[in-house]
Ligand binder design. Sequence first.
Ligand code: S3P
Length: 167
Amino acid sequence: MIDNILLIGFMGSGKSTVGKELSKALDCKFIDMDYEIEHKENRSICDIFNTDGEDHFRKLETHYLQSLLKTDNAIISTGGGVVLKEGNRKLLKAIGKVIFLHADVEHIVKNVKDDTTRPLLQSDDYMKTITDMLESREDKYLSSADIIIQTSGKSVACIVDEIMTLL
Ligand code: S3P
């Protein structure tokens, strides 16, 4: 039995991929918050944003996060914007150990280029969008994190090994 581990970080930083592999290595369950919200709502994140707006999505996100207080023995991949609300940042700490997957802009752009599933990145100048969002969120990721892992240029296996040595 382990404490929950929450992976935070920007879109495209590898939270879901790393989370799945880490859950296998630690033999515990894997929870992807966005997937769970989509499943509960029976519609995609894009649909939620387009139909009801970002504020509504943020409420669903907080609501789902609160439900995780009852979970244990899980690796949880969060949505990139989970750190935006102060209340969420406190919840993260109450739920488990928080690991920030820190990736360079170049790494992120490579991973999210041509992605149509992320409503906040549907801009012509997504390089600028990403740079601006990263800058405005960086402090929030850092202040929420118990552990910070640099992911750019590293394989998933290497990131998982690094996390395991720090637990
Ligand atoms: C968001 C990140 C997305 C998803 C939503 C909003 C954000 O999750 O929750 O599109 O504000 O950064 P991923 O980080 O898994 O892409």
